[in-house]
Design a protein around this ligand. Structure first.
Ligand code: NAD
Length: 444
């Protein structure tokens, strides 16, 4: 099938590559000229395991093309995906200007029937807005062309995006049009081979499903973080509790890891956006507000641990090794990352950091530029050299089995602040290091 994807970010690029890989002809349109030029030269703007090979291979086979020319994109696809960003507006609600701008562009160019598929995460009612926007433009052009607007939210996770798109757990399609359903089923047929993954529902329910999913996951995290904070004060080890409750099949082990807060481009903005939507219709979404609030303060927990360890004294002149900058492992994304809250608090106090991340150091450089109080180190071991203490922010696999003897040698104050509970406190302490995790049964 001929498919066009507008917005070649995490979602658009991965989806385009995966669709091309099963044989669809995909035209990728983005307004970012550099991104498009890079992609044509095999330079992939994001780190995502397996993505480079998939994009390069399908580009060579001419199943993927890249352009900034909207006309080429609109002419190409009977299916037009919108996968642009929906960042938070000033008040936290979803900014739909990019989505509406693409819809407007499609409407101002199209001269044959199209199915416009919204893949961006958008509030309930957006498809109606897109539909009326397109209808206004078509009538201004004096045209009567048939079109459908479908909601098809994306559930990929950064870090395993390819796998998630190639083997989705479900494909949500919101439409009331039989023709659109038929084409959408055909598009996704290669991904539904072992069982029917496609779930058809009305458009508004599909839009809401995405928010409900992200808000549920964010709620699980904030809930566990609240339990961890209580555990810390009650002399309880949250890791024992996690295993204890995870074994209950009604609860399960997924997504109940305590830590130093969630980040990324989705959970924070989606929780906020749904809470703002609720407010607009006069509903007070108390749980969503609490989820947001807990997460906000959880991002400060590591800094508070450090401060308490030094009895509230100034951290000026101290240097900390920081392991992990990305908001989660297997990505270079630092949007809303907990590391940023930590770094900025340490700098505010006059402390320096020697940071290491397997993928996100370029991104850190891009965000913060060159500064005296941030040195990016080539290895996790190098980051320890002459540091006062180690702070772990992201649970990269390569941090799981460190050389504790080296830490003992290198760290002046022989202390680890672990924002992801990677280690067994007893094992670390047996090496002569002090260890502070999240909710491990002792306050500092
Ligand atoms: P992104 O910021 O990585 O990419 C958006 C892209 O759209 C950019 O390349 C930008 O240049 C391009 N763009 C902006 N205006 C355009 C226009 N008029 N025409 C063509 N291109 C345009 O965003 P993302 O992370 O891919 O997210 C896209 C949407 O998908 C958001 O609504 C997000 O909430 C949702 N989502 C994201 C994830 C994720 O893990 N990143 C997962 C599921 C859903």
């Amino acid at each position: 099938m001929n498919v066009t994807v507008f917005g070649i970010g995490y979602v658009g690029l991965v989806q385009a590559a995966v669709l091309a890989d099963v044989g669809h002809n995909v035209c990728c349109v983005d307004v970012d000229q550099k991104k498009i030029d890079d992609l044509k030269n095999g330079i992939i703007p994001i780190f995502e395991p397996g993505l480079t090979d998939l994009v390069v291979d399908n580009f060579k086979k001419e199943r993927l093309q890249f352009t900034t020319d909207a006309q080429t994109g609109v002419d190409h696809g009977e299916l037009q995906f919108i996968a642009v960003g929906t960042p938070p507006d000033e008040d936290g609600s979803a900014d739909l200007s990019y989505v509406l701008s693409v819809a407007g562009k499609i409407a101002s160019i199209m001269d044959s029937p199209k199915i416009i598929i919204n893949k961006s995460t958008v509030p309930v009612g957006t498809a109606d807005r897109v539909r009326s926007h397109i209808s206004d433009i078509l009538s201004m052009r004096g045209l009567d062309i048939s079109y459908d607007v479908v909601s098809n939210p994306e559930f990929l996770k950064e870090g395993s995006a390819l796998e998630d798109c190639m083997r989705p757990e479900r494909i949500i399609i919101g439409t009331d049009s039989e023709d659109a359903e038929f084409l959408m089923r055909e598009l996704y047929e290669p991904f539904s081979r072992n069982r029917d993954k496609v779930m058809i529902m009305d458009v508004r329910s599909a839009e809401f499903t995405k928010y409900a999913a992200n808000c549920m996951l964010a709620t699980k995290i904030s809930f566990m973080n609240e339990m961890a904070n209580l555990a810390e004060r009650l002399g309880v080890d949250i890791e024992e509790v996690r295993k204890g409750i995870g074994s209950d099949s009604r609860i399960g082990y997924h997504f109940i890891y305590p830590g130093c807060g969630y980040g990324g481009s989705c959970f924070p903005k989606d929780v906020q956006a749904l809470e703002r939507s609720a407010r607009e219709i006069g509903y007070d979404a108390k749980i969503l507000k609490a989820v947001e609030e807990v997460n906000h303060s959880q991002k400060e927990v590591l800094f508070h641990h450090v401060k308490s360890f030094y009895n509230g004294k100034s951290l000026a002149g101290k240097t900390f090794a920081v392991w992990g900058l990305a908001f989660k492992p297997n990505t270079d994304d630092m949007r809303q990352a907990s590391s940023r809250v930590l770094l900025e608090a340490l700098w505010q106090e006059g402390a320096k950091v020697q940071a290491y991340d397997p993928e996100a150091m370029e991104e850190a450089q891009r965000i913060y530029g060159i500064r005296d109080d941030m040195v990016l180190m080539g290895t996790k071991e190098a980051a320890l050299h002459n540091a006062d203490g180690l702070i772990i922010v992201t649970e990269w696999k390569s941090f799981r089995v460190p050389d504790f003897e080296k830490m003992l040698e290198e760290l002046k104050d022989k202390v680890i602040f672990d924002g992801r509970n990677l280690y067994d406190p007893k094992r670390v302490e047996a090496h002569g290091l002090s260890y502070y995790g999240i909710g491990r049964g002792r306050s500092i």
